[in-house]
Design a protein around this ligand. Structure first.
Ligand code: C2E
Ligand code: MG
Ligand code: MG
Ligand code: MG
Length: 287
């Protein structure tokens, strides 16, 4: 304002910061209402088998349909949720919604081996992840093995033993555990030793530079070799071009994910891409 402007330099630097904090506060206040107001939704991005190009699984990615701002990406509101207590309720909503959708597709005979859901370190810190997952699966009648959870090594920053004990329990029940964004954290190799995982996801940063950067190629090859030696399933994310896909297939990557095969999309659009068997046959298929 003109009055504060008279104080000179000092105010000039304070105002934008103040505005930013205010903005952040406003967004956080709205986020608090988002679950109850049903403003959150999931988009689904296909993951295709490298061998035959068929869709085997999908990653569920949360979006926020804000009444005034439009679609807010998770890169904006997940960090806010993580800094507050909101990640618990948002994370539970995501798990429940993913299971609801998966159960619906099963009833419709739409074939999808499993659905992958991102989990924040904070959801493991509460110590209640196993119950939350079990409640969602039971509520919708989804078998454990149809769910995959994507975690990052940042969860080891907190209580690593408690976190890995919960993952081990989930895994023992049949949930697949994926290590997301592999290769970008601080201690990827130690993480592989300490965390009970089934799947390694090669980070987009390496995939992006596959064609142009010899070291990105060498690192990708090393990660995929490591996955094979450890008996882990491998997925590469962020594939945008045919050349990247071809390189990853040649390096032995199991599943491919990226805009080349489909962007994250609403359920109604995603399900059009799934093979469908008759509902009667689907109902007779037991786990
Ligand atoms: P992520 O789990 O690594 O998800 C992959 C991100 O890469 C997604 O961004 C996806 O839209 C984007 N992506 C996929 N293929 C391509 C591609 O070919 N090119 C490019 N440029 N990008 C691609 P999105 O949906 O904005 O999500 C960002 C991050 O937000 C996720 O990274 C994840 O860490 C977090 N997130 C998303 N949904 C959830 C959720 O339900 N819970 C939690 N805790 N975190 C979530
Ligand atoms: Mg992910
Ligand atoms: Mg990722
Ligand atoms: Mg990523």
């Amino acid at each position: 304002s003109a009055k504060e402007g008279g104080r000179g330099r000092h105010a000039m630097f304070e105002e934008p910061l103040d505005a930013r904090l205010h903005e952040r506060g406003a967004l956080l206040a709205d986020l608090r209402q988002a679950v109850a107001r049903r403003e959150l939704l999931l988009h689904y991005q296909p993951r295709v088998a490298a061998a035959d190009g068929g869709i085997r699984s999908a990653e569920a990615l949360v979006r926020w349909q804000h009444p005034g701002r439009g679609l807010v990406p998770p890169g904006v509101f997940i960090p806010l949720a993580e800094e507050s207590d909101l990640i618990e309720s948002i994370g539970s909503w995501v798990l429940d919604e993913a299971c609801r959708q998966l159960a619906l597709w099963r009833r419709q005979g739409r074939v999808l081996d499993r659905l992958s859901v991102n989990v924040s370190p904070r959801q493991l810190q509460s110590g209640r992840l196993v119950e939350t997952v079990e409640a969602a699966l039971l509520r919708h009648g989804v078998p454990w093995r149809q769910l995959e959870l994507e975690v990052t090594e940042s969860l080891l920053v907190g209580d690593a033993r408690q976190a890995s004990a919960q993952l081990a329990e989930l895994r023992q029940r049949g949930v697949l555990i994926a290590l997301d964004d592999f290769g970008t954290g601080y201690s990827s190799l130690a993480t592989l030793r300490d965390l009970p995982i089934d799947v390694m996801k090669v980070d987009r940063a390496f995939v992006r530079d596959l064609g142009s950067d010899a070291s990105a190629q060498a690192i990708t090859r090393a990660i995929l070799t490591l996955a094979q030696s450890l008996g882990k399933h491998s997925v590469a994310e962020g594939i945008e071009g045919e050349a990247q896909a071809a390189a990853l297939r040649q390096l032995g990557c199991d599943e491919l994910q990226g805009y080349l095969f489909g962007r994250p999309m609403p359920a109604a659009e995603f399900e059009q891409r799934l093979p469908q068997i008759s509902a009667a046959v689907a109902a007779s298929v037991t786990d």
